[in-house]
Ligand binder design. Structure first.
Ligand SMILES: [Zn+2]
Length: 481
């Protein structure tokens, strides 16, 4: 039996206002190349870097959230190599004294988290004749998280990366969008048999969660097959080919650079005891896992329902505000009733309202409907005053005008008729006007009843409650000879 061993290295661009070692804006949306640059991030001789305290705090905050150890001191080092995207000829990174040590996430142990600077972006012409360099990204704070090789499958690796992404977003440290390169995952994969250590292969070019899973699973299979065929695994870097769905050799590790790390002489040793860790800890918001527990307990949501809210912080906030309005309105009713009302609220929010927002391409922050009005609508639905058909119409009207549902109902005369007196009168009229259908019904024809319900509903302009119509029609029919 072969045992796969997988460790991850995840780079994350931090969402700070300015770059890591200079005052240039860190703006990933900047379309114009070489706008946010200065002599420091261009690596001009004689310039000196300054540490961005906010970036350091962001990494420490993540460390605290993941129960890691924050050492007393930390330092930056120079990682020397030459590449056109690195103007200084070295990258300021951290070698043997990272900001964060250990910790755990999703049952996977962490080795370390450190901070470095991102490189410039290279844009290659389609004919490969020339390359352009955009330095806007040069010097952007880049965090690198390294796990212990605790992972066994592609699926586990994805679960880890997804949870990390959620935490980064909750902490406000990074948007961690993989497609935008804000979060880049690399996997070290090896397989071993009989407790012998396998040869590690580094898999790169994983630009989506799907690529992470497919590439790791492919690589495990490739290595096992290779060993079975009597080949040796080469210590190399391989890139995932999204189209061919396979990893391909990029370079042998024997050729890998010796980075000649040494302490960055232009930056002081960092005394991390000077940071107010208690204060940082307090500033950590409720994290996804705590939310899962609370959403299940407070709102009785199923795990997949809770997940929809956890993945969308603003939607979750809106949901919670609406539930609190709901509680204020229906306060005192039993928990079962409350549970039903919350389910109605959740369903209308995540299907109908989300659908309307997607249609109009607007986000929750531009939404016209206040949580209070949304809760009002739910109360009306649950009282049986609105059929689901009417509720959808009113929701759409609320969406367009931002008005109170009761106001809309009144103006449009839309209220569902549940007044038995009115419905009974209409049912009697319908029975009197349709003797043929009544006769058919008496002969046991089920469709005749549906026909009569339809006629009654038409008289009520579609606003009758179907169950009441059916009940009262049946009563009238039994009385009719
Ligand atoms: Zn700069």
């Amino acid at each position: 039996m072969y045992q796969p061993t997988i460790g991850l290295e995840i780079h994350v661009e931090l969402k700070t206002r300015t770059k890591m070692f200079c005052g240039c804006l860190n703006d990933p949306l900047e379309k114009h190349p070489n706008i946010n640059i200065c002599p420091v991030c261009l690596g001009h001789p004689g310039t000196l870097p300054t540490i961005n305290k906010k970036a350091v705090e962001a990494v420490l905050k993540l460390g605290l959230a993941l129960n890691s150890k924050i050492p007393e001191t930390s330092k930056f080092d120079r990682k020397n190599y030459f590449y056109p995207d690195l103007p200084k000829g070295y990258q300021i990174s951290q070698y043997d004294a990272p900001l964060v040590i250990g910790g755990e996430l999703n049952g996977i142990k962490l080795r370390r988290v450190h901070l470095e600077e991102d490189t410039a972006r290279l844009i290659h012409s389609t004919d490969d004749a020339h390359s352009l360099v955009d330095f806007n990204r040069a010097g952007v704070p880049l965090m690198e998280l390294v796990t212990e090789p605790d992972i066994k499958t592609g699926k586990e690796a994805v679960a880890f990366a997804k949870e990390l992404q959620l935490i980064l977003r909750h902490l406000g440290i990074s948007d961690a969008d993989m497609e935008k390169g804000q979060m880049r995952v690399e996997a070290n994969v090896s397989v071993s048999k009989d407790n012998e250590l396998g040869t590690k292969v580094e898999v790169k070019n994983l630009n989506s969660f799907r690529a992470v899973e497919e590439a790791i699973d492919y690589e495990i299979k490739r290595q096992i097959e290779s060993l079975e065929n009597g080949h040796k695994i080469r210590h190399e870097t391989r890139g995932w080919d999204e189209f061919e769905k396979k990893t391909k050799s990029q370079r042998l590790k024997e050729e890998a650079h010796d980075y000649r790390y040494f302490p960055e002489p232009d930056l002081p040793l960092m005394d991390l005891t000077k940071f107010n860790l208690e204060e940082l800890k307090i500033s950590i918001p409720e994290l996804p896992d705590q939310k899962r527990t609370r959403f299940s307990k407070e709102y009785n949501l199923a795990p997949n329902q809770a997940e929809i809210l956890i993945e969308d912080r603003l939607l979750a906030q809106y949901f919670e505000e609406a539930v609190s309005e709901l509680d204020a309105e229906i306060g005192g009713i039993d928990t079962e009733q409350r549970g039903i009302a919350i389910q109605t609220l959740f369903n209308y929010l995540t299907s109908d309202l989300k659908g309307l927002m997607a249609e109009q391409k607007i986000g929750i922050q531009e939404l016209n409907i206040t949580p209070e009005n949304f809760a009002d609508l739910v109360v009306l639905i649950n009282k049986g005053e609105l059929s689901s058909r009417l509720a959808k119409d009113i929701l759409k009207e609320m969406f367009l005008s931002g008005r109170d549902p009761r106001q809309i109902i009144e103006e449009k005369g839309l209220k569902q008729v549940s007044d038995e007196e009115i419905i009974k009168k209409m049912a009697e009229e319908v029975v009197a006007e349709n003797p043929k259908a009544v006769e058919d019904y008496k002969k046991g024809k089920e469709t005749a009843l549906q026909f009569l319900i339809g006629k009654t509903m038409a008289k009520l302009k579609g606003q009758g409650k179907p169950e009441i119509i059916e009940k009262l029609l049946k009563e009238t029919l039994t009385k009719t000879k």
